[in-house]
Write a protein that binds this ligand. Structure first.
Ligand code: TYD
Length: 214
């Protein structure tokens, strides 16, 4: 049994990553790959606490929030009943909306980054993504989409989104030798963006040779 692939989507808020993730899952399923789509924060009790913090229903210390994101992630990976480790070992490809790079970009801008990285070390050692797709949108465009959704969350201001985007790019330089990161510019037509992601996935699955993309 071949191990499933672990594909992570990253981006600032409102970058359209969850839509792109669903479209990719549909494409892969169509090619006979069994897929499991998931996200962080998860819908576990840890994720529930995080959602309360993000919407302001619960006020908490930023270190506690960063630690909770890590706890949610460890449970997501290692939970004996439904953890990602088990799914990947069973040959299922996992598509995950956000992973530890979100913690570094978001929480690492508020509490010390090196501490957040250390906190997430068990996840980095146990389960590195086979591919990280970063959907790149300017902060202005992401804020337009966030505003259309209604309820804004803890980190959703233009200035903050700009800083998070810069943090992501610093992280990509820092981790370029350790992580397989593909930056995909979001096009105004979502199917054009999806087309680029599918070509990257084709290479990952060995369905086509690596070639120059733009
Ligand atoms: P998400 O549900 O992906 O928001 P959206 O659909 O708007 O992209 O993520 C919720 C928020 O949680 C988002 O603002 C990013 C933040 N977050 C962190 O701060 N640290 C983390 O480790 C993760 C996974 C998310």
């Amino acid at each position: 049994m071949n191990r499933g692939k672990f594909i992570v989507f990253e981006g600032i808020d409102g970058s359209g990553k969850s839509t792109q993730l669903k479209l990719l899952a549909k494409y892969l399923e169509g090619r006979g790959v069994s897929c499991y789509a998931t996200c962080e924060p998860t819908d576990s009790p840890f994720g529930g606490m995080l959602r309360s913090c993000l919407t302001g229903r619960l006020d908490a210390d930023e270190r506690a929030i960063a630690a909770l994101f890590a706890a949610d992630r460890f449970d997501h990976i290692f939970n004996p009943l439904n953890g990602l480790e088990g799914k990947l070992a069973a040959g299922i490809t996992v598509l995950c909306d956000r992973y530890y790079l979100s913690s570094f970009a978001y929480n690492g801008g508020i509490v010390p980054l090196e501490w957040v990285i250390e906190l997430n070390r068990p996840a980095m050692e146990a389960l590195r993504p086979d591919l990280v797709v970063y959907i790149d949108v300017p902060a202005e465009r992401s804020m337009e989409r966030v505003a259309r959704r209604g309820e804004t969350e803890r980190y959703e201001t233009l200035d903050r989104q700009k800083k998070i985007r810069e943090a992501y790019f610093r992280l990509f330089r820092r981790f370029e030798t350790q992580e397989h990161i593909e930056i995909v510019k979001s096009e105004s037509d979502k199917s054009d963006t999806q087309e680029k992601i599918r070509r990257i996935a084709d290479e990952l699955f060995g369905w086509r040779k690596a070639c120059k993309r733009n």
